[in-house]
Ligand binder design. Structure first.
Ligand code: 5AD
Length: 363
């Protein structure tokens, strides 16, 4: 059997609900890489899009992304808002500024708000509980948090205050690779424990990783896929690595849009119901990156809802897109762009199909 035939069979297995081993994921990645004609990618993409359509139809869920602070205590080697980047112009939004953006998004029809930030100690549990409960009192929205690693009881308090979902990319499922991307005081096992806690508490949980991060090889990627297959995240954020000029990885190569799309397709096959964003990083590297992601099985977009004046300051990587179709101000154009490509913009809250929110404590 040729490499490609092996790959088609493996893709068929995934599509019929079987699990693959680490070695089989390695074979798939190798077949993709040796395939000059891109047939393996196309085969995976078509299967993935078919499965997505059968579960979510052609709906694309819109999340309003508010980047509430770029202050961060961590020093991740790849990230532009890392603590030791003294060129980063730091900001933090107040409760009122956040609520103003929620109000604006809500009036546009947005029903999921994502609050993302660096690990900023200002946002204690008290501060966040106050913000989350105010949002949930006034607006009928799902609240997604993306605030990094916190203690278990903190995650619990934020959940009890009404937070619905939590995004925490695992960054890489390989501990040794993790240690090459992060300083010594950060721990892979702590990050994995956070994901397990979030799951136990009852959040819809998102993990994810960068494609083409420095030192990444096929073994790392196969481990990511095995991890995702086991963890079965409700959401999964993947995007190409893009260097930032003021980081130790300034001179590293960016990841590939095509490989990211192939992996999006595999993740859709591995977790059929997953909420899968076509990320900003994908849109930053290629003008049709977002559509390519959607054609590969993605079904979520997260346009920017941060105040205009801070948008250019949340620079995780160089040239991060935050205008045009990456901005929620252009919701009408986003809708049209989706329709041209056969998708329907959905303003539903867009929970993961099959997800059942556990009763919160005290109910
Ligand atoms: N390129 C691409 N993605 C990045 N992130 C951080 N820095 C970069 C970069 N240089 C991603 C990380 C993080 C998420 C918020 O953004 O995966 O979890």
């Amino acid at each position: 059997m040729s490499n490609f035939q092996v790959a088609y069979n493996l893709i068929d297995s995934l599509a019929s609900g079987s699990k693959l081993t680490f070695e089989e994921f390695m074979l798939l990645l190798e077949a993709y890489q040796s395939d000059r004609g891109n047939d393996v990618y196309r085969y995976a993409r078509n299967k993935a899009a078919g499965i997505r359509d059968s579960i979510y139809g052609r709906n694309v869920y819109v999340r309003g992304l508010i980047e509430i602070s770029n202050i961060c205590k961590n020093d991740c080697l790849y990230c532009g808002i890392r603590k030791s980047n003294s060129h980063c112009d730091r900001y933090r939004l107040t409760k009122d500024e956040i609520l103003e953006r929620v109000h604006y998004g809500y009036n546009l029809g947005i029903r999921t708000i994502v609050m993302q930030s660096g690990e900023d100690a200002y946002y204690t549990d008290e501060v966040l509980v106050d913000i989350i409960s105010s949002i949930k009192e006034k607006y009928d929205v799902a609240v997604t948090l993306s605030l990094g690693e916190r203690e278990d009881d903190s995650y619990q308090r934020l959940y009890d205050a009404g937070a619905d979902r939590y995004l925490l990319r695992h960054e890489t499922a390989d501990e040794e690779h993790y240690s090459k991307l992060h300083p010594d005081n950060m721990s892979w096992s702590h990050r994995m424990n956070c994901l397990n806690s979030l799951r136990r508490i009852g959040y819809q949980v998102g993990c994810g990783f960068m494609v083409g991060s420095p030192y990444q090889n096929n073994m790392n990627l196969a481990k990511d896929l095995v991890f995702i297959q086991k963890f079965q995240p409700d959401m999964c954020g993947i995007g190409p690595f893009i260097p930032h000029k003021d980081t130790p990885f300034a001179c590293e190569k960016a990841g590939s849009v095509e490989l990211t799309c192939f992996l999006l397709a595999l993740i859709r096959l591995i977790c059929p119901n997953v909420l899968l964003p076509a990320t900003t990083a994908l849109a930053t590297l290629s003008s049709d990156g977002r559509i390519k992601g959607l054609l590969s099985g993605a079904n979520v977009i997260m346009p920017n809802l941060s105040p205009e004046v801070v948008r250019s300051k949340y620079t995780l990587y160089d040239n991060k897109a935050n205008t045009g179709l990456e901005s929620l101000d252009a919701l009408d154009s986003i809708k049209r762009d989706l329709e041209i490509n056969g998708f329907v913009l959905s303003l539903d809250k867009g929970d993961r199909v099959g997800f059942d929110r556990k009763k919160i404590r005290g109910d």
